[in-house]
Design a protein around this ligand. Structure first.
Ligand SMILES: [Fe+2]
Length: 250
């Protein structure tokens, strides 16, 4: 079953994550440096949903470990610790931006660090990336401005807490898939003497994945009801017979 459609990004699609010489890299991703937890592309509209990272080659088995942080859980911790800090981070829109590393793009998006559902108050999205702007607007109330800066600092501390971090190695040929709106990712510095580390990444829309989930569920229900194998896969559909049956509206 088709999972979703790959969406274009301001980098190549799929984008290579490879070690470039310091003189030629466009992004810190293309260095061997450590990357602290972040979400990708908070400056895009819409912000990309699921991310796929494919380890085409990874000889770095000692250095260059990956890390993941559940942003929803950290937002929950902040909300419990300080409802006021949570409020300001979920209501004040910051400016996220990126110029492609060489001014080939001028992408700007305004959004809060924590997005919530206006009806239920549930956390729906995290925006946090020290390398993609996140600039605070000038607020007219100095107390609110002070609160915003303190909240940003505390949120960053919690996101970087070791107790909130899951560490693992993405092995060669593995594909790591995660929801970029919820899970922050990063890596340890890697030693290029260990060998080549070549990842390729792309993004797919969340609604495509949700659609695939519901299609699968409906098919399973149909199979249960009829006792026969059901399919909704375009590759298995008979388009010719569908076209013959189709009649334009009168
Ligand atoms: Fe990233």
């Amino acid at each position: 079953m088709l999972l979703s459609i790959v969406v274009s990004s301001c980098y190549w699609t799929p984008a290579d994550v490879f070690y470039f010489s310091p003189a030629s890299f466009h992004s810190t991703t293309d260095t061997s440096h450590k990357l602290s937890p972040h979400v990708d592309n908070p400056y895009r509209d819409p912000n990309p949903g699921f991310q796929l990272l494919h380890a085409l080659e990874n000889k770095c088995v000692v250095t260059g470990g990956s890390l993941a942080v559940d942003g929803f859980e950290v937002a929950r911790q902040l909300r419990e610790e300080s409802p006021e800090m949570f409020r300001v981070l979920s209501t004040v829109a910051c400016r996220w931006e990126n110029d492609g590393g060489d001014k080939s793009t001028a992408l700007v998006y305004f959004g809060p660090q924590i997005s919530t559902n206006p009806t239920t108050g549930e956390v729906e999205q995290i925006r946090y990336s020290p390398k993609s702007g996140g600039y605070a607007p000038a607020l007219t109330n100095p107390e609110e401005m002070d609160l915003l800066f303190r909240a940003r600092r505390r949120f960053a501390e919690l996101l970087n807490e070791e107790t909130n971090t899951v560490r693992f190695h993405v092995r060669e040929n593995d594909i790591w898939i995660f929801n970029n709106l919820r899970v922050l990712h990063g890596r340890d510095e890697f030693d290029t003497n260990e060998g080549t580390r070549h990842f390729q990444g792309c993004y797919i829309d969340v609604d495509g994945v949700q659609s695939a989930y519901f299609r699968s569920m409906y098919l399973l229900q149909e199979e249960k009801r009829t006792g026969e194998r059901a399919t909704n896969d375009p590759g298995e559909r008979n388009f010719a017979s569908s076209a013959e049956k189709w009649e334009p509206a009168k």
